[in-house]
Design a binder for this molecule. Structure first.
Ligand SMILES: O=C(O)CCC(=O)C(=O)O
Length: 258
């Protein structure tokens, strides 16, 4: 298995650079050709959804100008690192043909694969050079009703690469939601997996899969699509860190999701 990004930096170094509470051991690096199963692993990679281009990358960067840019959280509650202000997002506007074409392909692909779901909001995510890893989180609040959903009803998200990008995922972490502390005690720690995506690839992940946006040495742009389920109302643009205060079972989660 080889990484084809950050090639001047091995994964061990990359992991050491990440601070305690994010990725402090060697993450497992895989590229997008590896096969995964959405409900077994918590995520799946789809190759070649559309053809990316320099024009598309530039057109997406251009959307950062002249619009209200939202800061995406990029602090770490475990190491008390403050937000570095290097991760932002804006809603995708289909102003150019290259954007419309790519977006239509993404919607066609995801809607065909997940016909019971609805592909809705799409944001452009920007990382500035030096952007740090996010803290581990889910995009939904995993309360008891969420934990009882059948697999087919779980809402999904998709990170789509327009240039090479990566995402940290905790494989199998979706099966931990709803487990009581006594049961969590028997679960072995899960090391993060770094999934590298080539331009045009996407990673679809369940709303209860723990993940973290990656660090970037150089600026990077990518798309984040919400794939809603009729069974769950989504709070727009929310993320849920893995340590709600006062919930003791999360001490075990801290141990498991290293
Ligand atoms: O920045 C990324 O690539 C992913 C961001 C993310 O997962 C989030 O903000 O929920």
């Amino acid at each position: 298995m080889s990484a084809y990004y950050d090639s001047d930096e091995d994964v061990g170094t990359m992991a050491k650079r990440a601070r305690r509470g994010q990725v402090d051991d060697d993450p497992i690096v895989v590229n997008s050709d590896e096969k995964f199963h959405l409900h077994r692993d918590g995520f799946v990679v789809i190759n070649n959804i559309f053809e990316s281009s320099e024009t598309l990358v530039s057109a997406l960067h251009a959307q950062r100008v002249g619009t209200e840019v939202e800061e995406v959280f990029n602090y770490n509650d475990r190491s008390d690192q403050p937000n570095d202000g290097k991760r932002h997002q804006v809603p995708l506007r289909k102003t150019r043909k290259c954007i419309k074409d790519a977006f239509n392909k993404i919607v066609d692909c995801l809607q065909t694969k997940y016909p019971q779901h609805t592909v809705c909001d799409c944001n452009i995510i920007f990382s500035d050079a030096g952007c740090r890893i996010q803290a581990a989180h889910c995009d939904y609040s995993i309360d008891s009703s969420f934990a009882q959903l059948c697999d087919e009803d779980v809402p999904l998200g998709c990170l789509v690469a327009v240039e090479i990008c990566k995402l940290y995922v905790w494989r199998g972490s979706h099966r931990l939601s709803g487990l009581k502390e006594e049961l969590l005690k028997g679960v072995k720690e899960i090391k993060p997996t770094v999934i590298y995506l080539r331009p045009g690839d996407g990673i679809v992940f369940r709303g209860d899969t723990i993940h973290a946006g990656a660090e970037y040495k150089e600026r990077n742009v990518r798309l984040h699509v919400y794939i809603d389920s009729p069974a769950v109302n989504r709070e727009k643009n929310s993320t849920f860190l893995q340590r709600p205060e006062g919930d003791m079972s999360w001490t075990e989660m801290d141990r498991i999701i290293q």
